[in-house]
Write a protein that binds this ligand. Structure first.
Ligand code: KIV
Ligand code: ZN
Length: 513
């Protein structure tokens, strides 16, 4: 018996970007979207076009770059939002508008200040408006997980009559419990007379650590679309993790009567890309994509796996894209080989100059590091991203010896002018960042500093993430280098440059409607 198709709707670029500090540039979004397309994700929610000109352009750029996945734009139930989403999605081969309006008593009363009747009226109006731009319209009754079932039935029946083709049931605040959420989906599908005219979808948040469990309970009860994000990124505790949902359904085909079309070997590369762009590291014991997910430490387990792998493994590491690091290029590789390898990784350059800039960095790296892996190439592209650079590192030296405090000397190019400074610190990184701060005087607060090896070996590049906060705005900066003090300085400057950029995305769920 052939299985039904479970649609995977990825919202890493929209809900994922709502994680504090996870904002992405247009180019970064396009890179992630291409990786999602390669993985054969059905729908990519690329952003919230009304939020800012930057968000609009990013959705437009993703819509132009991706051909094999549907591109979706989010819009509140307002004409201006829907028009902006329709405009941004024009280049897409297949476009969806996702509009939403809250239906829980607390949201209607406190946030919207609307009566239930007004909510139905506005939801219907929004869906009809969206249908003017595309036949593929999704409606979400926000906070459905805390809404009254009778009212949900009324709203959903009305929006399906108005032309909604997907009904997404969000557990916006991550309040639901699997058996109850599964029952809610079953009840809606059974009670709503025109339920067969739409696909039922779920969108679960992870506040109680139940986002994946709730999504799977919904699938068992008839949902045929799951909204999720790579590495479970997302607002607050995040969204359901794509890799966990997809692998649970695939591994337990005895339990599910549907399956996805995803190329699961792209999961780990995609997870690494999202982690390196956002600067959100993946915890080692994270299911599927954590470094320890397939590592066996105990002797008994190792012995069992050597005798027969299935004794302790329910999935094969290679099926989710774990493979030996692939040595791709070295010091003597040329521009064409580099371009070809980037193409394999789903990265295209807009111009010869952009490729040349990365090629120069590649040669510098190859001088210091013998073997260059795919992960190194991803980090090179992140470093060459089109972030406007007010501050550039010109020179950095740190002297550090036993019994002495390290001393850092730094020269920065600030808007074309060179400025130098020196500082001592508790360690070499501390000294370098203090010397930078002497010049910049940003007055920002360091919220997080982390270092990860991009590949293994003592000559590996260290990838540093620095999170800064200033006036309530949080940004992440990344830097990679074989010298971790230089990587730290680059990450710090990257974060400072982001703090200076005016791009502020407003949050779709904090508006008045
Ligand atoms: O969590 C939520 O309710 C959302 C909606 C916009 C679907 O993200
Ligand atoms: Zn959400």
């Amino acid at each position: 018996m052939s299985k039904e198709h479970l649609i995977i709707f990825d919202t890493t670029l929209r809900d994922g970007e709502q994680s504090p500090g996870a904002s992405m540039t247009k180019d970064e979004k396009v890179r992630i979207a291409r990786a999602l397309e390669k993985m054969q994700v059905d729908i990519i929610e690329a952003g919230f076009p009304i939020a800012s000109p930057g968000d609009f352009e990013a959705v437009q750029a993703v819509a132009a770059a991706v051909k094999d996945s549907t591109i979706c734009g989010l819009a509140r139930a307002l004409d201006k939002d829907i028009e902006r989403a329709g405009e941004a999605l024009k280049p897409a081969q297949s476009a969806r508008i996702h509009t939403f309006l809250a239906t829980s008593p607390i949201h209607m009363r406190e946030k919207l200040r609307m009566t239930p009747g007004e909510v139905v009226e506005n939801a219907v109006k929004a869906v009809k408006k969206a249908r003017q731009f595309t036949d593929d319209v999704e409606f979400s009754p926000e906070d459905a997980g805390r809404s009254e079932v009778d009212f949900l039935c009324r709203v959903i029946e009305s929006v399906i009559n108005a032309g909604a083709t997907t009904i997404n049931i969000p557990d916006t605040v991550g309040y639901n419990i699997p058996h109850q959420f599964g029952q809610l989906i079953r009840t809606l599908i059974e009670r709503i007379p025109n339920a067969d005219k739409a696909v039922f979808s779920v969108h679960c948040h992870n506040d109680l650590g139940l986002a994946v469990a709730n999504s799977l309970a919904a699938v068992r009860n008839g949902a045929r679309q799951v909204e999720c994000t790579i590495n479970g990124l997302g607002e607050r505790a995040g969204n359901a993790a794509l890799e966990e949902v997809v692998m649970a359904v695939r591994t337990r085909q005895d339990v599910f009567d549907c399956n996805t079309r995803l190329d699961t070997t792209q999961i780990v590369p995609c997870s690494r890309l999202v982690s390196s762009i956002t600067g959100f590291p993946v915890q080692p014991n994270k299911a599927i994509v954590g470094a320890n997910a397939f590592a066996h430490e105990s002797g008994i387990h190792q012995d069992g796996v050597l005798k027969s792998r299935e004794t302790y493994e329910i999935m094969r590491a290679e099926d989710v894209g774990w493979s030996e690091n692939h040595i791709v290029l070295g010091k003597h590789s040329g521009r064409n080989a580099l371009r070809a390898r980037f193409r394999d990784l789903g990265i295209e350059f807009d111009s010869e100059e952009a490729l040349n800039a990365v090629f120069v960095r590649f040669k510098e790296l190859a001088d210091r590091k013998h073997e260059i892996y795919d992960e190194d190439l991803q980090a090179l592209v992140s470093a060459a991203a089109d972030e406007p650079e007010t501050y550039k590192l010109v020179y950095l030296s740190v002297t550090s010896e036993t019994g002495e405090k390290p001393l850092a000397r730094v020269t920065l190019n600030v808007n074309g002018e060179e400025h130098s400074s020196e500082a001592i610190g508790g360690g070499p990184v501390d000294a370098a960042l203090k010397a930078i701060e002497e010049i910049v005087g940003s007055d920002s607060q360091l919220k997080l500093y982390s270092v990860n090896n991009i590949t293994s070996g003592t000559d590996a590049q260290g990838e540093v993430t620095v999170r800064l906060e200033k006036d309530g705005r949080i940004v992440n900066g990344q830097g990679a280098d074989t010298d971790i003090v230089i990587a730290s300085a680059k990450a710090y400057l990257n974060a400072l440059n982001k703090l200076l950029s005016p791009r502020l995305t407003s949050h779709p769920q904090h508006g008045s409607v």
